[in-house]
Design a protein around this ligand. Sequence first.
Ligand code: BGC
Length: 414
Amino acid sequence: MKNTAFAAVSAVALACAAPAAAGPQAEVLHWWTSGGEAKSAAVLQQEFADNGGTWTDMPVAGGGGDAAMTALRARVLSGNAPTAVQLKGPAIQEWYEEGVLADISSVAEAEGWGDVLPGSIAEHMKCEGKWCAAPVNVHRVDWIWANAALLEANGIEMPQTWEDFNAAADKLMAAGITPLAHGGQAWQDATVFEAVALGILGPEDFRKAFVDLDMDTLKSGKMAAVFDQMRKMRGFVDANFPGRDWNLATSMVMNGEAAFQIMGDWAKGEFLAAGKEPGKDFLCASVPGDGFLYNVDSFAMFEVDGEDKQAGQDLLAKLIVGPKFQEVFNLNKGSIPARVDVKLDAFDTCAHLSAKDMGDSADNGSLLPSYAHGMALRGAQSGAITDVVTAHFNSDMSSAEAVQMLADAVANSL
Ligand code: BGC
């Protein structure tokens, strides 16, 4: 008798505990796993929950997102795509062509994205005229970060030219300090390479080489000079660089184990998460030369079954481009908002510099997509370039050989 009553009560309890009509759901694949990145991702997760959503986290560690993209491919091939995916640049259109991306135009139109996003960013979010991704931010790639105290103690100013950089690095080496914090992973090699390339080639030839894939520019003497500078950079890193994660390289600068890092402004997210202040503890400057290399993080929604998941996609897309989220997220992430109508009052001096330089470079034609972060080229071409950059960095290959190899690799990838 007792047992039967207990069973009946339990059945009622279980029925009550079962979820009522499920609200918006989203399984979100991303690669934001470092300290600053995770803090930023948590802002989105919280906002989704505050609006009734249930978030299933699918973080795939690995800076630059190569591992995340491999995981994505496996999920889509097995017919089980995640609901929302951190995806950017031409990869968005490549996935759309596979017929697996959802059209989020109804959200974009209801929210007036066309009025608040710069045209160049909006273009990246469109597939055959439809909105197929939601932009989170604008990261700048061509930055130098420095430990303020180390530079001061050694009488070094932030470099204005590559000669300045090399002279500063030689001075630091003589004082027993590692000049450049670097992690030997292909995407980090590519990040340093494109920052050096922008400085040495200048914006016009950068565009010819890494957007238009112009063979003459890829094989030019100026490109050989880019590899010459990369050979110098190789001499400025410590012996333990192979395989090191980018955020550990940032920690080296924070802790005074190295003076500089060349990295996108997600590095600033790390400094800030560790309580460091720009201008006081660390310094930021664009790399020597003109131009601005942009890297826009965005989310694409994959075709999935179920109204709860589709509601999750709409909610997520709406929140991502919302003004409050764009402010809070980017304050943590190190980037600046993609929306043009978010006030930057709460942002630091590095963010202000980024916004100003982005505006100026848009006006004078030197606003350029990052090849190393998948904004400029399709995967086959950017991968071919990065293979050569890494092969050169990790060997004693001459600049002349590297330039020939670069042109051949690009030609074979087309
Ligand atoms: C992404 C950033 C990320 C960085 C390091 C870049 O490609 O755009 O959001 O923080 O990789 O993982």
